[in-house]
Design a protein around this ligand. Structure first.
Ligand code: SAM
Length: 286
């Protein structure tokens, strides 16, 4: 009996460190810093416009989509069903014994997920890429923005076939059919996706948060991007390695604008290595 309660307590607090890490996110976006970003040039100004819209909460037709996706998130959070719910299935090291509720806490919260959605609305990519599907919540934010744009496909990559199956069910309920699922380790699948799906206009890197893999994913994605593609790196302060990765990216001349949102880094890529017009923010969400 005591064991059961301990498990329940552990599950309810498991997601807290990640939530605390993100506590200071865009809710407190600093208007002065957004002004600086706006003054940095036309690309910075577009990014600034998105951050202002997020602050204002005036989301127009996105609101109805967000409400539906958040209802799905609540449904997942209430589910004590096992992630691996097929007899004879091989669970893999990260899914064994986990419930849907356990892993739902790894999904991006409503506000940063809304930021991803608004970036897609503003930058209108024909091809968007996501590394780390989990249960499909951020994918739904991205794909619904593509739907509102009237064009574009999302390729979402995930190592766990069980998570992909649950994500597909979420997206079916939301009637989102503009998503291609790619199952397998990023290191095995990313190259093939990049060969098939180009030019990349938007990428969200939300898995395998370590320094070298993160930098390798950027090196792999960049040659396949269009000019002024948006690349969002999640959990840039998750570890010392991720902090180093973010510092390296901020200095990389293939990135024209780098906005530090504390837990997320927003980048706009370029083919022009000149220093003029480069903008690198200090943490903007303080
Ligand atoms: C933080 S979760 C993604 C959350 C999702 N983007 C959201 O906000 O709804 C990270 C996901 O990446 C997957 N993942 C981590 N490392 C991976 C790798 N090397 N290859 C494939 N998938 C990986 C994990 O299984 C996990 O589902």
């Amino acid at each position: 009996m005591a064991h059961w309660w301990l498990r329940k307590l552990y599950r309810s607090i498991e997601g807290i460190p990640r939530r605390l890490m993100r506590w200071g996110h865009a809710r407190f976006l600093n208007p002065g810093r957004i002004d600086q970003l706006e003054a940095a040039g036309p690309t910075g100004a577009r990014m600034a416009g998105v951050l202002r819209q997020l602050r204002s909460g005036d989301l127009g037709p996105s609101t109805a989509w967000i409400d539906r996706i958040e209802a799905e998130r609540q449904r997942l959070f209430r589910s004590d069903a096992l992630v691996v719910d097929e007899p004879d299935a091989e669970p893999g090291p990260f899914d064994a014994g986990k419930t849907i509720r356990d892993i739902s806490t790894a999904s991006r919260e409503p506000r940063p997920a809304t930021l991803l959605h608004l970036l897609i609305r503003e930058f209108q990519p024909a091809v968007a890429l996501e590394l780390g599907t989990n249960l499909g919540i951020s994918s739904a934010y991205l794909a619904s923005a593509l739907r509102l744009n009237g064009q574009g496909t999302l390729f979402t990559l995930e190592g766990s076939p069980h998570r992909v199956r649950h994500a597909q069910a979420v997206h079916q309920r939301l009637e989102l059919d503009n998503i291609t699922y790619v199952t397998g380790l990023f290191v095995d699948t990313l190259g093939g996706v990049l060969d098939d799906a180009r030019p990349i206009g938007f990428a969200f890197v939300d898995g395998h948060h370590q320094k070298e893999p993160t930098l390798n994913y950027f090196d792999a994605i960049w040659p396949h991007t269009r000019e002024k593609a948006v690349i969002v790196f999640d959990d840039i302060r998750w570890s010392e390695g991720m902090k180093e990765a973010w510092r390296t990216l901020q200095e990389d001349r293939r990135i024209r604008v780098a906005v530090d949102l504390r837990d997320m880094g927003l980048c706009i890529t370029t083919r022009d290595p000149s220093p003029e017009g480069r903008y690198v923010s200090s943490a903007i969400a303080a």
